[in-house]
Design a protein around this ligand. Structure first.
Ligand SMILES: NC(=O)c1ccc[n+]([C@@H]2O[C@H](COP(=O)([O-])OP(=O)(O)OC[C@H]3O[C@@H](n4cnc5c(N)ncnc54)[C@H](OP(=O)(O)O)[C@@H]3O)[C@@H](O)[C@H]2O)c1
Length: 251
């Protein structure tokens, strides 16, 4: 595989997709800064590969994220690749709508990305070099049942990536958007509903790295889930809502 990056920062690296990405990049010789809140899990990860450095941070704290960025630049050098992947899934419908939970999902899934971009982008623009990958979800394509907290936060990330890609291209900085379908991780372990076409975190990491290597904008997988949801996204509301309502009635 062609080596594009010397240094990478991955948020949400303590488990699941982020952890797999950290291990794969480190195995290729990339110096990886791995961030999450859990210090113990990050220490376990750094023990797997000397190319991984733990930088514990809560992505919802703007000052702490700026300090984490500064520490990474100091210790590893300028960041070539940032995979902004930290996220939470909090299933919520109309019946249990809770503004605090909705705000919390937004703060982690969208605000965490914004907090990291704030220090990352000026540094990348100055160097005219860098690649940022924003991890959203196919759940951000359209409002889906049980995703009253999650889907809006992921739709916001998709929108942000669309805004940034052409703007940052002028500065030599690449933006990618990662939209996974179901992936087997601690996040989905809580789900009791069927998860069609679910892939392992290892397969997810392979898809993501292949897409990043080619500097693709949208990296979405698996194709079955992506194409199904893209068809749903294209439907007019008059067709879309009856489908969702029929599905809700059948549960
Ligand atoms: N699994 C799926 O089916 C699926 C599908 C579509 C999109 N995604 C997205 O993919 C990304 C990774 O998810 P995953 O499946 O790998 O889930 P996961 O195993 O639960 O990992 C989530 C990561 O985010 C970190 N995190 C959560 N809140 C944080 C905070 N406030 N500050 C810093 N780190 C925080 C967690 O670490 P700590 O708890 O230690 O902080 C963990 O490392 C998420 O953005 C998710 O929405 C997942």
């Amino acid at each position: 595989m062609a080596q594009r990056w010397t240094t990478a920062w991955i948020t949400g690296a303590s488990t699941g997709i982020g952890r797999e990405l950290a291990l794969r990049l480190a195995a290729q010789g990339v110096r990886v800064a791995a961030s999450a809140r859990s210090k113990a899990k990050l220490e376990d990860l750094t023990a797997q590969d000397p190319n991984i450095v733990a930088v514990a941070v809560d992505v919802t704290n703007r000052e702490d994220v700026a300090a984490a960025h500064a520490r990474i630049v100091r210790e590893l050098g300028p960041i070539d690749l940032a995979i902004l992947n930290a996220g939470v899934w909090d299933p919520m419908g109309a019946g249990d709508f809770d503004a605090a939970r909705a705000a919390r999902s937004m703060a982690v899934n969208y605000g965490g990305i914004a907090n990291a971009l704030e220090p990352l982008l000026p540094a990348m623009i100055t160097r005219r070099r860098g690649h940022v990958a924003l991890v959203a979800s196919v759940a951000g394509y359209r409002g889906l049942p049980d995703a009253a907290a999650y889907a809006p936060s992921k739709a916001a990330v998709i929108s942000l990536a669309e805004v940034l890609r052409p703007d940052l291209a002028r500065h030599g900085v690449t933006v990618s958007l990662v939209n996974p379908g179901f992936v087997e991780t601690p996040m989905t372990a809580v789900n009791t509903f069927p998860m069609p076409f679910i892939v392992s975190a290892d397969v997810a990491a392979k898809h993501i790295l292949r897409g990043l290597e080619t500097q693709r904008f949208e990296i979405a997988f698996p194709w079955q889930t992506v194409s199904g949801l893209k068809v749903l996204r294209a439907l007019p509301y008059a067709v879309y809502f009856p489908i969702v309502q029929r599905w809700l009635l059948r549960r």
